[in-house]
Write a protein that binds this ligand. Structure first.
Ligand code: SAM
Length: 360
């Protein structure tokens, strides 16, 4: 699956700006939850001597930035942390290098929407950086800090085996690895490991030695807990809506069999193994941020948030706005009786915070 375009098609039951604002508020909670550990760890591990020696400006990128205010908040947090490091070493303000900030996402992202959140009196240079973060995104060794929140769970593509009817991992009648057979989960896990290996190898090219990666990765504490997360419960609700639509003759069985969502939620142990196997970065800190369930968006608004992220994916596969509207309308009704959504504090999704340093 290529990730979705941030479509400007009309959104049922909510204006486009309302949907964007809701989605952004939801994501901002993650960045806020990670703010103190991120600042603390960047201040601790940002190596002024080795990084400043080779550059006149400090380059920061937020990968998978999307189009809301969250990304601007995230890069401000990083700059605050770096500036306080310079201050703690009593380096005069006019000797602190200038900052260059890059906002990365897929080419289809609405980068102009990001620019509208930039403060007019900012003390940094800003630019968009379109392209997949699974490839190098800037010249060799030119980056100093890379940030990512809520985006490393997007696979580069749906694992091929799950839509291949001759494969043991064929995911017939299902749209994700949630509650799927072991072979399907293994195919998703293998795709994730391959993608993240690609991500770390790409960063090993564009990040300078000593440079930092600060990652906020949506995860589960243990692999089998994926069914107890909002997102995977949502995937199961969508699956049930699509099967109902097959029953009602609105779409074909084959359309469901060939459709799978390209997201994966790892557990910290899995993530650690992938990073260590890749070997290009050292783990400086790894922490679980919990308790992100309770204060969630109203259940009635849930469909609007999901629509912002998934609409393009459904549209590309099922083809018409009418079918996409039908899917989200059916979802809106079913989610109201979802036991997990009615008790948000019981959900198990966590955010894994990781700070990594580029090895020599
Ligand atoms: C859920 S949003 C997270 C946005 C933001 N980082 C935040 O925390 O609010 C995930 C973003 O990752 C982007 N994305 C997914 N795969 C990508 C890839 N291979 N390269 C760059 N961006 C990608 C999506 O387009 C989407 O905008």
């Amino acid at each position: 699956m290529a990730a979705q375009s941030n479509s400007s098609a009309p959104v049922a039951n909510g204006s486009e700006s309302e949907v964007h604002a809701l989605s952004d508020t939801n994501m901002l909670r993650v960045v806020k939850a990670g703010e103190s550990i991120l600042k603390e760890e960047i201040t601790k591990h940002f190596d002024i001597e080795s990084l400043s020696a080779s550059t006149k400006s400090i380059r920061i990128v937020d990968v998978g930035c999307s189009y809301g205010a969250t990304t601007v908040q995230a890069v401000h947090n990083i700059m605050d942390a770096i500036k306080s490091k310079y201050k703690s070493q009593e380096i005069l303000e006019d000797q602190v290098p200038e900052f260059e900030v890059f906002f990365n996402d897929l080419e289809s992202n609405d980068f102009n929407a990001v620019f509208k959140f930039l403060p007019p009196n900012r003390d940094y240079f800003a630019a968009a950086l379109p392209g997949s973060f699974y490839n190098p995104i800037l010249p060799k060794q030119s980056l100093h800090v890379v940030h990512s929140s809520n985006s490393l769970n997007w696979l580069s593509e749906v694992p091929k085996a799950v839509t291949d009817s001759s494969s043991p991992a064929y995911n017939k009648g299902k749209i994700h690895c949630t509650n799927a057979r072991k072979e399907v989960t293994e195919a998703y896990a293998a795709q994730y490991a391959k993608d993240l290996d690609m991500f770390f190898s790409a960063r090993a090219q564009d990040v300078a030695v000593g440079g930092l990666l600060a990652l906020l990765v949506p995860s589960v504490p243990e692999m089998h807990l994926v069914t107890e997360t909002f997102t995977c419960t949502d995937f199961s609700i969508f699956e049930s809506c699509l099967l109902d639509m097959v029953g009602a003759g609105l779409i074909s069985e084959e359309q469901v069999d060939s459709f799978n969502l390209g997201f994966y939620f790892s557990c910290p142990k899995e993530l650690k193994e992938i990073i260590e196997k890749n070997g290009k970065f050292s783990i400086k800190t790894m922490a679980k941020l919990e308790g992100l369930g309770a204060n969630t968006v109203l259940i009635e608004k849930r469909a609007l948030i999901l629509r912002a992220g998934l609409e393009g994916i459904f549209k590309r596969h099922f083809g018409t706005d009418e079918l996409v509207n039908e899917i989200f309308e059916r979802y809106s009704k079913k989610v109201l009786s979802s036991p997990l959504h009615l008790k948000p504090e019981t959900q198990k999704m966590i955010i894994t915070f990781i700070l990594l340093k580029r090895n020599p």
